[in-house]
Design a protein. Structure first.
Length: 81
């Protein structure tokens, strides 16, 4: 795992998650999985853009950031808070 984040909606038990996995072979390739089962594959820049786009969508639906963390990857992800 290279990065993960969770989002909660006040007054609701509904929760969203975003998890980014790095390529096992060390290539600049990442897999982004959502709680809804959506999957996206791209390099570090593409995954960062998609992650942030989903975060904006979640926030516009009333979700708030509930925590997350960073694992290891040699390619930077542009998701810093």
């Amino acid at each position: 795992m290279a990065y993960h984040a969770s989002y909660t909606k006040p007054g609701s038990s509904e929760r969203r998650t975003l998890i980014v996995f790095a390529s096992k072979d060390g290539a600049n390739s990442f897999l982004l999985e959502t709680a809804k089962g959506e999957k996206f594959i791209a390099d570090n820049v593409g995954i960062s853009k998609r992650f942030l786009l989903l975060e904006v969508e979640y926030k516009s639906e009333g979700f708030t950031y509930g925590g997350g963390g960073t694992g290891y990857t040699k390619y930077p992800l542009y998701l810093q808070r």
